[in-house]
Write a protein that binds this ligand. Sequence first.
Ligand SMILES: Cc1ncc(C[n+]2csc(CCOP(=O)(O)OP(=O)(O)O)c2C)c(N)n1
Ligand SMILES: [Mg+2]
Length: 359
Amino acid sequence: MNIPLISYLSEHGTLDDVFPFQLDSNVLLKAYRAMLMTRHIDERMITLQRQGAISFALSSLGEECCSVASAAALESGDWIYPQYREAGIMFWRGFTAQEYVDHMFGNANDLNLGRQMPNHFGSRRLNVVTCSSPIGTKIPHAAGCAYAMKLQKEPTVAVCYFGEGATSEGDFHAGVNFAAVRKCPAIFFCRNNGYAISTPTNRQFASEGIAPKGIGYGIHTHRVDGNDFFAVYAVTKKAREQCLNGEGPILIEAMTYRLGAHSTSDDPTLYRKPEEVQKWEQKDPVKRMRKYLESKKLWNVSLEEQEQKNISEAVTTAINQAKETKPPPLHSLVENVYFEVPEPLQEQYEELKRFFPKE
Ligand SMILES: Cc1ncc(C[n+]2csc(CCOP(=O)(O)OP(=O)(O)O)c2C)c(N)n1
Ligand SMILES: [Mg+2]
């Protein structure tokens, strides 16, 4: 099976004339800034974890384009089901540095009140469903959400993000098949970043990538260079149109690479060679976008320095405030799951309270 790779932007930042859209410079600059913010905040969160200020951190180093470019091609009413490397979507949709850092601390201002691991963000305001740790579980949820959109004739789509490792889960097959049979307006966006923690793709599946799995389920499938802003944008835009035309769900396989460790609990030097990482560093999506913007005179060294400074200051302010913010109230431990706190939970809460007399 020979599935072509869609790509418009060269590694040197030259855009192919056949790119089918005219993108406003404001969109391009907003996207580049969202990628810079994602990269910067990831790095700062890893440092905070090393200092013991937060418990854990994941980063989307090298994969920032997948989330930002696809989010740029969606509408704000579309529902998003992210995995944990989709921080770029949050920044594209207007999540503030403060909201993000509060979430990473799991403090009283965290929208999840510390109930999720760090990097498991979500926002009702932004139509982003909170990420949950068990891999792939959001795939059937997104299929169901898209089915509801179809039944209610809403002009929106549900978009679910996951890594190539998630396609080995039963949930992938149940969710994609359901959406395929019911022709739900769902986009399944798979970031094929080469690894599921330490498991490389050649030990994850025998198929030629993920795209054949979409074809197997009888749905439109696109394979795209995940480090090319223009290609990811174009493919997601097309997928959205196909969904809304009633052509059923779409699978996108975005070819990318996890340049960093899986998480702060991982040491990738134990299972991959530096040469492999260096090869992918040449394809860095953020540098590539910058080259394009510079070639069009939309960006330059001094704008870059100013933006890096602005981002750094905003994140420092957010970190300082998050450090001063209290943990979530003790009672939040038993709230929001049941309409009324059930008796056994209330009993446990009363016992716990004895250890926190000031709460
Ligand atoms: C059901 C389940 N099994 C195992 C894990 C442990 N785990 C967390 S992330 C991960 C790898 C996921 O890889 P992939 O889907 O490729 O996403 P990536 O981390 O590469 O973005 C695993 C195995 C989990 N969270 N959930
Ligand atoms: Mg992966």
